[in-house]
Design a protein around this ligand. Structure first.
Ligand SMILES: [Zn+2]
Length: 147
C-alpha cells in the first residue's frame, strides 16, 4: 500500500451493503484489488493477466452498461503515474482485447487516480472501468469523478 492512509473511502459507497462490506475489509486490512485477494473477495475471477494489469468484471456493474470490466494494476498503486509508460501501452492493448470480444457500438474508460477523497473513487488501488455500450441503455451510464 502506497500513498494512501486507508484502503476504502466509505463516503463513496453506493449502497449500505457496499459500505458495510468496505468497512469490514478496511478493518481487516484487505484490499480487494490486490491480486492475492481476488479469489476470496471478488465475485468474478481474473479473466486475463498481462504483465502490468489483470482484467475482471465489476461486481457492481453500472446501470446501462452491456458489460462492465475492471482493468486493475497487478501492484498496489493509487495513481497512474506510479506505473511505467509500458503499462499504459498494455492498457491500450487490453481495451482492444475487450472491444474485440464484444464488437460494441461504443465503449468508455474511466480511471480515477490519486487521492480517493477527491477523485470520486471508493478503493485506493488504481483501476480502470471499461464499459461496453449499446444504442438502447436502460439508463444513461454515469461516473462520479470528483469530491
Ligand atoms: Zn491493492
Amino acid at each position: 500500500m502506497t500513498g494512501a492512509e486507508t484502503l476504502y473511502y466509505l463516503d463513496a459507497a453506493r449502497t449500505e451493503d457496499q459500505r458495510a462490506y468496505m468497512s469490514s475489509l478496511e478493518e481487516r486490512g484487505i484490499c480487494i484489488f490486490c491480486e492475492e485477494h481476488v479469489a476470496e473477495h471478488q465475485e468474478h475471477p481474473v479473466e486475463h493477466r498481462g504483465e502490468f494489469w489483470y482484467i475482471t468484471r465489476n461486481a457492481y456493474p453500472y446501470a446501462g452498461t452491456v458489460a462492465h470490466y475492471l482493468i486493475v494494476p497487478r501492484t498496489h498503486v493509487a495513481s497512474f503515474d506510479e506505473l511505467p509508460d509500458a503499462a499504459g501501452a498494455e492498457l491500450w492493448s487490453l481495451q482492444r482485447l475487450l472491444k474485440d470480444r464484444h464488437a460494441p457500438l461504443a465503449t468508455a474508460t474511466v480511471m480515477r487516480s490519486g487521492d480517493m477523497r477527491y477523485n470520486g473513487g471508493s478503493v485506493a488501488h488504481l483501476h480502470a472501468h471499461f464499459v461496453i455500450l449499446d444504442d438502447a441503455p436502460s439508463a444513461t451510464v454515469k461516473f462520479k469523478v470528483s469530491a
